[in-house]
Design a protein around this ligand. Structure first.
Ligand code: FRU
Length: 493
């Protein structure tokens, strides 16, 4: 093991002991210590779920990237494993960037990742060159392939850029390994390249899966490409997006392209949409579970909102709850992985509660809950103008979800959550209108809220760093409406 990896492993082991479990979310994965960004290598290995992550153990800011590692039997409770890889070779000395993992036929675990190396270009400028590298392991210890990188700039198709070429996602099909990799073309546009290999080591360029054609942002990061529910799906996270109505917002976003494969084997787009309509979600990866579900996990943060931080916390960054995804009517549907139900404690349910004219009901509270709220008009016509759920409320700080049934817009808002930073605190999402009928499922953990609208037709995620004792939940209406609430407390067994 290299000195660098050894140092990281010793450091994280010591540091983890100093972080009380109460300082972390109840069930959202945080870095063992220090900084976390993208999920990496989300995969099954020898019957267990493995999740690696972009990791800088030494500080709560981004730094030379390592891969952190955690393992779970049920996607909800994670056990920390030692850091998997460190930037300790010439070809990855400036970072082991995002990538993926797979169980090989011979029982080894293959990691495919991007090696970053600063080099001088033709004009004497220092630039980061990105290549694809592999490592093999037993689920805990990994050895980098002696002849890394396995894909370098000489293997790129014409027009592809060598400076933004990263985030390989691997799968196996018809006895071969495939990866898709994000790339920025020389004329500054995103595209996804596919490579193929018989053994995971010798790769060749296969095809360009999709081109952005200057539509959604510039560089496309962290692609994932799979077939599910009879559809071909591409997930990617574009940088430098421009807004489009309430579908896409400025900056780093998420994109889901749903389509099919035509008779020539080409990917044909049928629908493009955001993955998550909230504030903090980026770089998701998926796996197929043994029972055939597609489960997605994202970094529950965004590069544009990293300013929301608690300087007293020994960790930064967390993963989203694992979400089962399905494709229905060419739309992406997301729902918390059913395993969360094994962590349900006390159930509280109130049906047909009349909420009228700003009267609020606050018989329900908690900071770690899974709560479904259904509201409807009291008559055939729309009987209210606004519905609000206030949560993580201590009288001074609070966050809200607002539904406007006239324009059919859901808004999440953390501007009063205690944050003193000038970053994005609100986001709105257009939903299907149904005369004031809507269902909102909130998964609240200590430092986050994930909202699933109308049975998962849209998801909105946000980090909230309000003191955990802020447990108030209340409901409010302008006009009158009927509400059903079912809430489960979430607990560790
Ligand atoms: C996405 C990303 C990836 C890169 C990694 C670096 O969030 O920018 O493209 O591999 O983070 O940490």
């Amino acid at each position: 093991m290299s000195d660098k990896l050894n140092k990281a492993r010793e450091y994280e082991e010591r540091k983890e002991k100093m972080i009380a479990p109460e300082m972390r979310p109840l069930f959202h994965l945080t870095p063992r210590c220090g900084w976390m960004n993208d999920p990496n290598g989300f995969s099954l290995y020898k019957g267990e779920y493995h999740l690696f992550y972009q990791y800088y153990p030494y500080e709560t800011v981004w730094g030379p990237m390592h891969w952190g590692h955690a393992v779970s039997k049920d996607l909800i409770t994670w056990e920390y494993y030692p850091a998997a890889i460190a930037p300790d070779m010439e070809y990855d000395k400036n970072g082991c960037f995002s990538g993926s993992a797979i169980e090989m036929e011979d029982g080894r675990q293959l990691l495919v990742y991007t090696g970053v190396q600063k080099m001088e270009d033709e004009d004497g400028n220092i630039r980061e060159v990105q290549t694809q590298c592999v490592a093999f392991g037993d689920g805990k210890d990994y050895e980098k392939y002696a002849n890394n990188p396995v894909i370098d700039s000489t293997m790129l198709p014409e027009g592809a850029g060598k400076y933004d070429f990263r985030d390989p996602k691997v799968w196996r099909e018809n006895g071969k390994y495939y990866i898709v990799v994000g790339n920025k073309t020389e004329d500054i546009d995103g595209q996804i390249l596919q490579f193929v290999s018989d053994d995971g080591i010798n790769w060749s360029y296969d095809k360009t899966v999709i081109k952005n054609n200057h539509r959604f942002g510039v560089m496309w990061e962290c692609p994932d490409y799979f077939n599910h529910d009879g559809k071909q799906v591409l997930l990617t996270s574009p940088q430098d997006m421009l807004p489009e109505e309430l579908e896409f917002h400025n900056g780093n976003g998420t994109l889901c392209v749903i389509g099919s494969i035509d008779e020539n084997g080409e990917f044909c787009e049928e629908n493009c949409q955001a993955v998550d309509y909230g504030i903090d979600f980026y770089a998701p990866q998926t796996i197929k579970t043994p029972d055939g579900r597609r489960v997605m996990i994202g970094w529950m943060q965004n590069w544009d909102t990293c300013g929301i931080r608690r300087d007293d916390f020994p960790w930064f960054g967390q993963m989203s709850i694992p979400r089962e995804i399905t494709i229905k009517d060419n739309r992406l549907i997301q729902w918390p992985a059913r395993e969360i139900e094994n962590y349900y404690g006390k159930r509280i349910s109130r049906q047909n509660v009349l909420i009228s004219d700003s009267a609020s009901l606050s018989s329900i509270e908690g900071r770690c809950v899974d709560m479904t709220v259904r509201v409807r008009s009291t008559q055939a016509e729309l009987s209210y103008k606004k519905f609000e759920i206030r949560f993580a409320d201590n009288g001074k700080a609070y966050s809200t979800i607002e539904y406007d049934p006239v324009d059919n817009i859901v808004k999440i808002d953390r501007k009063h959550s205690g944050s003193r930073r000038a970053i994005v605190h609100q986001r709105r999402c257009k939903v299907a209108g149904n005369k004031g009928e809507i269902s909102l499922r909130l998964v609240l953990d200590r430092y986050s809220m994930e909202l699933f609208i109308n049975n998962g037709q849209q998801a909105m995620s946000m980090v909230i760093l309000t003191d955990v004792r802020a447990e108030g939940i209340s409901f409010k209406a302008v006009g009158e409406l009927l509400m059903d609430v079912t809430m489960y407390e979430l607990e560790r067994k």
